[in-house]
Design a protein around this ligand. Structure first.
Ligand code: ZN
Length: 153
C-alpha cells in the first residue's frame, strides 16, 4: 500500500511527465505569460471564456516537474468553472501552499480542491511555492487582460 505522500508524489511526477492540456489554444479569449526567475519556469496560459464560464484551459511552457504538474492540474480543475469559482480555488490553493488563512469552500469546489492537494506539500519548501503558483498567477493576469507578463519576483 502506498502512503498518501507517495501517492501525491506519483501524481506530481505523472502530471510533470505527461501534462494534461499541454497545447496552444488558437484564438483564446484570454492569455498571459508567466516567469519564475528563481527556478527558470516559464508558462503561457490560454483560456477560452464562454460568458462567465471557462470552457477551455490549456498551457505551454518549460519548467520543473512541480510547475508543469501545477499547470496541468490547474487546467483540469478550471475547465467548466466560472471565473469567480476559479478565483476562489486560487485563493484557497494559495492559502494552502503559503500557510495563509483559508476561507471556507463551497461543496463542489472542496472536491476540486482535493485534486490540488498533491501540490500542497510545497508548503514545506518556500522556494517551490512559486513553482506551484506560477500558472495560477498567469491565469489571474490573463483574466485581468492587461497583457503584462507576470513574474513571481
Ligand atoms: Zn520550478
Amino acid at each position: 500500500m502506498m502512503d498518501l505522500r507517495e501517492l501525491y508524489q506519483e501524481i506530481i511526477l505523472d502530471h510533470g511527465r505527461h501534462p494534461r492540456n499541454f497545447r496552444k489554444i488558437e484564438n483564446p479569449t484570454h492569455t498571459a505569460r508567466g516567469h519564475n526567475p528563481l527556478c527558470g519556469d516559464r508558462v503561457t496560459v490560454y483560456l477560452t471564456l464562454d460568458g462567465d464560464v471557462i470552457s477551455d484551459a490549456a498551457f505551454e511552457g518549460r519548467g520543473c516537474a512541480i510547475s508543469t504538474a501545477a499547470a496541468s492540474l490547474m487546467t483540469e480543475v478550471l475547465k467548466g468553472k466560472t471565473v469567480a469559482e476559479g478565483r476562489e480555488l486560487f485563493a484557497h490553493f494559495h492559502a494552502r501552499v503559503t500557510g495563509g488563512e483559508e476561507s471556507p469552500l463551497s461543496e463542489p469546489l472542496a472536491e476540486e480542491m482535493e485534486r490540488l492537494e498533491p501540490l500542497t506539500g510545497v508548503r514545506a519548501y518556500p522556494a517551490r511555492v512559486k513553482c506551484a503558483t506560477l500558472s495560477w498567477h498567469a491565469v489571474e493576469a490573463a483574466l485581468k487582460g492587461d497583457g503584462v507578463p507576470v513574474k513571481t519576483e
